[in-house]
Design a protein. Sequence first.
Lengths: 149, 204
Amino acid sequence: MVDGAQRQLPPVTALAVAALIVVLAGGIDLAAHLPRPAPLGPPVAALAVAAVTVIAAAVTLARVRDFAWHTFFLVGGWALAAYLVIAGMLEFVFVLDHTPGGLLAVLSLMLAVFAVDVPLLLAFSVARYQPGPAAGAAGAAGAGTAPPP
Amino acid sequence: MAEITDLARPAGSPGPAAPPGPPPAIVPLAGLPIVGVALVLLVVAIAGNWLWALDFFHIVGGGLWTGVDLFVGLIIGPILGRLSVPARVEFAARFMPKMLLIMPTLVVMTLASGFQLARHLGVLDVAYPRHWWLTASFIVVGVMTVVALGFLEPANLAVLFELRKPAPDGALIGKLMRRFAYTAGITGLMQIATLVIMTRITTW
Protein backbone atom coordinates (compact mmCIF):
# COMPACT_ATOMS: atom_id res chain seq x y z
CA MET A 1 0.00 0.00 0.00
CA VAL A 2 1.29 3.43 -0.89
CA ASP A 3 1.16 5.68 2.14
CA GLY A 4 -0.53 9.02 1.46
CA ALA A 5 2.22 10.84 3.36
CA GLN A 6 5.04 9.23 1.31
CA ARG A 7 3.64 9.47 -2.24
CA GLN A 8 5.46 11.48 -4.89
CA LEU A 9 3.08 14.24 -5.95
CA PRO A 10 3.46 17.29 -8.20
CA PRO A 11 4.51 20.54 -6.49
CA VAL A 12 0.93 21.79 -6.14
CA THR A 13 1.56 23.45 -2.78
CA ALA A 14 4.57 25.37 -4.12
CA LEU A 15 2.68 26.48 -7.22
CA ALA A 16 -0.43 27.52 -5.29
CA VAL A 17 1.60 29.46 -2.70
CA ALA A 18 3.56 31.13 -5.53
CA ALA A 19 0.27 32.16 -7.19
CA LEU A 20 -0.98 33.52 -3.84
CA ILE A 21 2.22 35.57 -3.38
CA VAL A 22 2.04 36.99 -6.92
CA VAL A 23 -1.65 37.90 -6.78
CA LEU A 24 -1.24 39.55 -3.35
CA ALA A 25 1.82 41.46 -4.61
CA GLY A 26 -0.31 42.76 -7.50
CA GLY A 27 -3.01 43.87 -5.06
CA ILE A 28 -0.47 45.57 -2.79
CA ASP A 29 1.02 47.39 -5.78
CA LEU A 30 -2.44 48.73 -6.68
CA ALA A 31 -3.10 49.84 -3.11
CA ALA A 32 0.34 51.41 -2.74
CA HIS A 33 -0.40 53.89 -5.53
CA LEU A 34 -3.40 55.39 -3.77
CA PRO A 35 -4.58 58.16 -3.88
CA ARG A 36 -3.14 58.47 -7.41
CA PRO A 37 -4.56 56.16 -10.10
CA ALA A 38 -2.38 53.07 -10.32
CA PRO A 39 -0.80 51.98 -13.63
CA LEU A 40 -2.47 48.67 -14.47
CA GLY A 41 0.50 47.06 -16.26
CA PRO A 42 2.27 45.44 -13.27
CA PRO A 43 -0.96 44.20 -11.60
CA VAL A 44 -2.22 42.74 -14.90
CA ALA A 45 1.14 40.98 -15.37
CA ALA A 46 0.93 39.65 -11.79
CA LEU A 47 -2.62 38.50 -12.43
CA ALA A 48 -1.61 36.67 -15.62
CA VAL A 49 1.33 34.95 -13.90
CA ALA A 50 -0.86 33.95 -10.94
CA ALA A 51 -3.63 32.59 -13.20
CA VAL A 52 -1.15 30.56 -15.29
CA THR A 53 0.45 29.20 -12.10
CA VAL A 54 -2.92 28.11 -10.68
CA ILE A 55 -3.84 26.44 -13.97
CA ALA A 56 -0.44 24.69 -14.04
CA ALA A 57 -1.03 23.43 -10.49
CA ALA A 58 -4.51 22.14 -11.42
CA VAL A 59 -3.30 20.48 -14.64
CA THR A 60 -0.32 18.71 -13.02
CA LEU A 61 -2.57 17.51 -10.21
CA ALA A 62 -5.25 16.28 -12.63
CA ARG A 63 -2.68 13.91 -14.17
CA VAL A 64 -2.21 12.06 -10.87
CA ARG A 65 -4.16 8.80 -11.02
CA ASP A 66 -4.01 7.39 -7.51
CA PHE A 67 -5.20 10.33 -5.47
CA ALA A 68 -7.94 10.83 -2.86
CA TRP A 69 -10.16 12.77 -5.25
CA HIS A 70 -13.26 12.32 -3.10
CA THR A 71 -11.57 14.07 -0.17
CA PHE A 72 -10.08 16.66 -2.53
CA PHE A 73 -13.48 17.63 -3.93
CA LEU A 74 -15.14 17.48 -0.51
CA VAL A 75 -12.65 19.91 1.05
CA GLY A 76 -12.28 21.95 -2.13
CA GLY A 77 -16.03 22.40 -2.52
CA TRP A 78 -16.60 23.66 0.99
CA ALA A 79 -13.48 25.83 0.91
CA LEU A 80 -14.56 27.27 -2.44
CA ALA A 81 -17.96 28.15 -0.95
CA ALA A 82 -16.26 29.88 2.00
CA TYR A 83 -13.75 31.77 -0.14
CA LEU A 84 -16.42 32.85 -2.61
CA VAL A 85 -18.19 34.48 0.36
CA ILE A 86 -14.95 36.22 1.41
CA ALA A 87 -14.16 37.32 -2.15
CA GLY A 88 -17.78 38.40 -2.58
CA MET A 89 -17.52 40.61 0.52
CA LEU A 90 -14.42 42.33 -0.85
CA GLU A 91 -15.99 42.68 -4.32
CA PHE A 92 -19.06 44.23 -2.66
CA VAL A 93 -16.81 46.84 -1.00
CA PHE A 94 -15.09 47.68 -4.31
CA VAL A 95 -18.40 48.04 -6.17
CA LEU A 96 -19.93 50.08 -3.37
CA ASP A 97 -16.97 52.45 -3.48
CA HIS A 98 -17.49 53.07 -7.23
CA THR A 99 -14.08 51.64 -8.16
CA PRO A 100 -13.34 52.64 -11.81
CA GLY A 101 -14.05 50.02 -14.49
CA GLY A 102 -10.53 48.92 -15.49
CA LEU A 103 -9.31 48.77 -11.91
CA LEU A 104 -12.48 46.94 -10.82
CA ALA A 105 -11.98 44.35 -13.57
CA VAL A 106 -8.39 43.68 -12.46
CA LEU A 107 -9.38 43.51 -8.78
CA SER A 108 -12.31 41.20 -9.57
CA LEU A 109 -10.09 38.82 -11.56
CA MET A 110 -7.52 38.88 -8.74
CA LEU A 111 -10.25 37.95 -6.28
CA ALA A 112 -11.35 35.15 -8.62
CA VAL A 113 -7.81 33.74 -8.75
CA PHE A 114 -7.57 34.05 -4.96
CA ALA A 115 -10.96 32.33 -4.48
CA VAL A 116 -9.86 29.36 -6.62
CA ASP A 117 -6.22 29.16 -5.50
CA VAL A 118 -6.82 28.91 -1.75
CA PRO A 119 -9.41 26.07 -1.95
CA LEU A 120 -7.06 24.21 -4.34
CA LEU A 121 -4.27 24.58 -1.80
CA LEU A 122 -6.42 23.51 1.15
CA ALA A 123 -7.98 20.57 -0.68
CA PHE A 124 -4.59 19.29 -1.90
CA SER A 125 -3.04 19.69 1.56
CA VAL A 126 -5.70 17.43 3.06
CA ALA A 127 -6.10 14.90 0.23
CA ARG A 128 -2.35 14.26 -0.14
CA TYR A 129 -2.32 12.49 3.25
CA GLN A 130 -5.42 10.40 2.52
CA PRO A 131 -5.20 6.97 0.88
CA GLY A 132 -6.03 6.92 -2.82
CA PRO A 133 -8.52 4.52 -4.45
CA ALA A 134 -5.76 1.99 -5.24
CA ALA A 135 -4.80 1.80 -1.57
CA GLY A 136 -8.45 1.44 -0.60
CA ALA A 137 -8.98 -1.34 -3.16
CA ALA A 138 -5.82 -3.11 -1.98
CA GLY A 139 -7.06 -2.86 1.60
CA ALA A 140 -10.47 -4.25 0.63
CA ALA A 141 -8.86 -7.09 -1.34
CA GLY A 142 -6.57 -7.84 1.57
CA ALA A 143 -9.52 -7.93 3.94
CA GLY A 144 -11.25 -10.50 1.76
CA THR A 145 -8.23 -12.79 1.44
CA ALA A 146 -8.27 -15.96 3.49
CA PRO A 147 -5.52 -16.08 6.11
CA PRO A 148 -2.60 -18.43 5.36
CA PRO A 149 -2.81 -21.83 7.03
CA MET B 1 -3.11 3.98 18.02
CA ALA B 2 -2.48 1.81 21.08
CA GLU B 3 1.06 3.11 21.49
CA ILE B 4 -0.19 6.68 21.25
CA THR B 5 -2.70 6.21 24.05
CA ASP B 6 -0.18 4.32 26.13
CA LEU B 7 2.16 7.31 26.01
CA ALA B 8 -0.60 9.49 27.44
CA ARG B 9 -1.16 7.19 30.41
CA PRO B 10 0.59 8.27 33.61
CA ALA B 11 2.91 5.65 35.08
CA GLY B 12 1.14 3.44 37.55
CA SER B 13 -2.36 4.37 36.46
CA PRO B 14 -4.78 1.47 36.80
CA GLY B 15 -6.22 1.09 33.32
CA PRO B 16 -5.67 2.23 29.75
CA ALA B 17 -6.31 5.93 29.15
CA ALA B 18 -9.29 6.78 26.97
CA PRO B 19 -8.02 7.32 23.42
CA PRO B 20 -8.32 10.87 22.12
CA GLY B 21 -11.44 10.70 19.99
CA PRO B 22 -11.69 12.20 16.54
CA PRO B 23 -13.21 15.67 16.25
CA PRO B 24 -17.01 15.26 15.95
CA ALA B 25 -17.00 17.59 12.92
CA ILE B 26 -14.31 19.32 10.89
CA VAL B 27 -16.24 22.58 11.15
CA PRO B 28 -18.30 23.12 14.33
CA LEU B 29 -21.73 23.57 12.77
CA ALA B 30 -23.16 25.21 15.91
CA GLY B 31 -20.88 28.18 15.27
CA LEU B 32 -22.04 28.78 11.70
CA PRO B 33 -25.12 30.88 12.63
CA ILE B 34 -22.89 33.19 14.71
CA VAL B 35 -20.56 33.61 11.73
CA GLY B 36 -23.57 34.25 9.48
CA VAL B 37 -24.91 36.96 11.80
CA ALA B 38 -21.48 38.62 12.01
CA LEU B 39 -21.14 38.67 8.22
CA VAL B 40 -24.68 40.03 7.68
CA LEU B 41 -24.04 42.82 10.20
CA LEU B 42 -20.73 43.56 8.46
CA VAL B 43 -22.49 43.90 5.10
CA VAL B 44 -25.08 46.23 6.69
CA ALA B 45 -22.31 48.34 8.25
CA ILE B 46 -20.41 48.62 4.96
CA ALA B 47 -23.51 49.25 2.82
CA GLY B 48 -24.69 52.01 5.16
CA ASN B 49 -21.17 53.42 5.72
CA TRP B 50 -22.14 53.26 9.39
CA LEU B 51 -19.07 54.76 11.04
CA TRP B 52 -19.59 53.40 14.55
CA ALA B 53 -20.27 49.87 13.29
CA LEU B 54 -17.27 49.96 10.93
CA ASP B 55 -15.11 51.13 13.83
CA PHE B 56 -16.58 48.39 16.04
CA PHE B 57 -15.92 45.62 13.51
CA HIS B 58 -12.39 46.84 12.81
CA ILE B 59 -11.39 47.34 16.45
CA VAL B 60 -13.06 44.17 17.78
CA GLY B 61 -12.05 42.00 14.82
CA GLY B 62 -8.50 43.37 14.68
CA GLY B 63 -8.03 43.21 18.45
CA LEU B 64 -9.21 39.61 18.65
CA TRP B 65 -7.23 38.59 15.54
CA THR B 66 -4.05 40.14 16.96
CA GLY B 67 -4.70 38.79 20.46
CA VAL B 68 -5.46 35.25 19.29
CA ASP B 69 -2.42 35.21 16.97
CA LEU B 70 -0.10 36.45 19.71
CA PHE B 71 -1.56 34.10 22.32
CA VAL B 72 -1.49 31.03 20.09
CA GLY B 73 1.86 31.85 18.50
CA LEU B 74 3.80 32.91 21.55
CA ILE B 75 2.04 31.14 24.46
CA ILE B 76 0.11 28.10 23.22
CA GLY B 77 2.56 27.22 20.42
CA PRO B 78 5.67 26.73 22.58
CA ILE B 79 3.63 24.81 25.20
CA LEU B 80 2.20 22.61 22.46
CA GLY B 81 5.68 21.91 21.13
CA ARG B 82 6.70 20.43 24.49
CA LEU B 83 3.64 18.21 24.90
CA SER B 84 3.61 14.51 24.09
CA VAL B 85 2.12 13.48 20.74
CA PRO B 86 -1.09 12.10 22.34
CA ALA B 87 -1.58 15.29 24.32
CA ARG B 88 -1.09 17.33 21.14
CA VAL B 89 -3.58 15.12 19.32
CA GLU B 90 -6.17 15.52 22.06
CA PHE B 91 -5.66 19.28 22.19
CA ALA B 92 -5.82 19.56 18.39
CA ALA B 93 -9.07 17.58 18.19
CA ARG B 94 -10.79 20.16 20.36
CA PHE B 95 -8.91 23.33 19.40
CA MET B 96 -8.46 23.17 15.63
CA PRO B 97 -12.15 23.01 14.57
CA LYS B 98 -12.87 26.19 16.53
CA MET B 99 -9.91 28.00 14.98
CA LEU B 100 -11.14 26.98 11.55
CA LEU B 101 -14.28 29.00 12.12
CA ILE B 102 -13.00 31.86 14.28
CA MET B 103 -9.92 33.02 12.34
CA PRO B 104 -11.36 33.50 8.81
CA THR B 105 -14.34 35.31 10.32
CA LEU B 106 -12.10 37.68 12.30
CA VAL B 107 -9.87 38.27 9.27
CA VAL B 108 -12.71 39.14 6.88
CA MET B 109 -14.37 41.32 9.57
CA THR B 110 -11.15 43.25 10.17
CA LEU B 111 -10.05 43.69 6.55
CA ALA B 112 -13.40 44.56 4.97
CA SER B 113 -14.39 47.04 7.71
CA GLY B 114 -10.83 48.43 7.89
CA PHE B 115 -10.65 49.21 4.18
CA GLN B 116 -14.07 50.88 4.27
CA LEU B 117 -13.24 52.78 7.45
CA ALA B 118 -9.96 54.04 5.98
CA ARG B 119 -11.78 55.20 2.88
CA HIS B 120 -14.53 56.86 4.94
CA LEU B 121 -12.02 58.73 7.11
CA GLY B 122 -9.81 59.70 4.15
CA VAL B 123 -6.82 57.74 5.49
CA LEU B 124 -6.27 56.10 2.09
CA ASP B 125 -5.92 59.52 0.46
CA VAL B 126 -2.82 60.67 2.33
CA ALA B 127 0.28 61.23 0.24
CA TYR B 128 3.75 59.76 0.70
CA PRO B 129 5.79 59.67 2.97
CA ARG B 130 2.82 59.05 5.32
CA HIS B 131 1.38 56.64 2.80
CA TRP B 132 4.36 54.36 3.49
CA TRP B 133 2.70 53.38 6.77
CA LEU B 134 -0.37 52.23 4.84
CA THR B 135 1.77 50.42 2.27
CA ALA B 136 3.66 48.75 5.12
CA SER B 137 0.36 47.59 6.64
CA PHE B 138 -0.70 46.11 3.26
CA ILE B 139 2.63 44.27 3.01
CA VAL B 140 2.39 42.93 6.57
CA VAL B 141 -1.18 41.71 5.95
CA GLY B 142 -0.05 40.19 2.64
CA VAL B 143 2.77 38.25 4.28
CA MET B 144 0.48 37.10 7.09
CA THR B 145 -2.07 35.97 4.50
CA VAL B 146 0.53 33.88 2.68
CA VAL B 147 1.75 32.30 5.93
CA ALA B 148 -1.78 31.67 7.23
CA LEU B 149 -3.36 30.38 4.01
CA GLY B 150 -0.28 28.74 2.55
CA PHE B 151 1.01 26.88 5.59
CA LEU B 152 -1.00 27.33 8.80
CA GLU B 153 -4.54 26.61 7.62
CA PRO B 154 -3.56 23.61 5.42
CA ALA B 155 -1.71 22.08 8.41
CA ASN B 156 -4.75 22.71 10.60
CA LEU B 157 -7.13 21.01 8.14
CA ALA B 158 -4.78 18.09 7.44
CA VAL B 159 -4.52 17.38 11.20
CA LEU B 160 -8.31 17.35 11.54
CA PHE B 161 -8.70 14.86 8.69
CA GLU B 162 -5.84 12.70 9.98
CA LEU B 163 -7.57 12.54 13.37
CA ARG B 164 -10.67 11.09 11.73
CA LYS B 165 -8.77 8.09 10.34
CA PRO B 166 -9.24 4.77 12.15
CA ALA B 167 -5.49 4.75 12.90
CA PRO B 168 -4.13 8.32 12.87
CA ASP B 169 -0.44 8.75 12.06
CA GLY B 170 0.96 10.26 15.26
CA ALA B 171 4.25 11.29 13.62
CA LEU B 172 2.43 13.10 10.80
CA ILE B 173 0.17 14.87 13.30
CA GLY B 174 3.23 15.88 15.32
CA LYS B 175 4.94 17.25 12.20
CA LEU B 176 1.86 19.20 11.10
CA MET B 177 1.26 20.54 14.61
CA ARG B 178 4.87 21.79 14.75
CA ARG B 179 4.27 23.56 11.44
CA PHE B 180 1.06 25.04 12.90
CA ALA B 181 2.92 26.27 16.01
CA TYR B 182 5.84 27.80 14.04
CA THR B 183 3.61 29.58 11.54
CA ALA B 184 1.32 30.81 14.33
CA GLY B 185 4.47 32.21 15.99
CA ILE B 186 5.47 34.00 12.78
CA THR B 187 2.03 35.58 12.34
CA GLY B 188 2.05 36.45 16.07
CA LEU B 189 5.33 38.34 15.66
CA MET B 190 4.02 40.06 12.53
CA GLN B 191 0.99 41.18 14.52
CA ILE B 192 3.37 43.25 16.66
CA ALA B 193 4.33 45.10 13.46
CA THR B 194 0.60 45.58 12.76
CA LEU B 195 0.12 47.07 16.23
CA VAL B 196 3.00 49.54 15.65
CA ILE B 197 1.64 50.55 12.22
CA MET B 198 -2.00 50.89 13.30
CA THR B 199 -1.19 52.95 16.41
CA ARG B 200 1.06 55.17 14.25
CA ILE B 201 -1.73 55.73 11.71
CA THR B 202 -4.30 56.60 14.38
CA THR B 203 -1.99 59.20 15.98
CA TRP B 204 -1.19 61.24 12.87
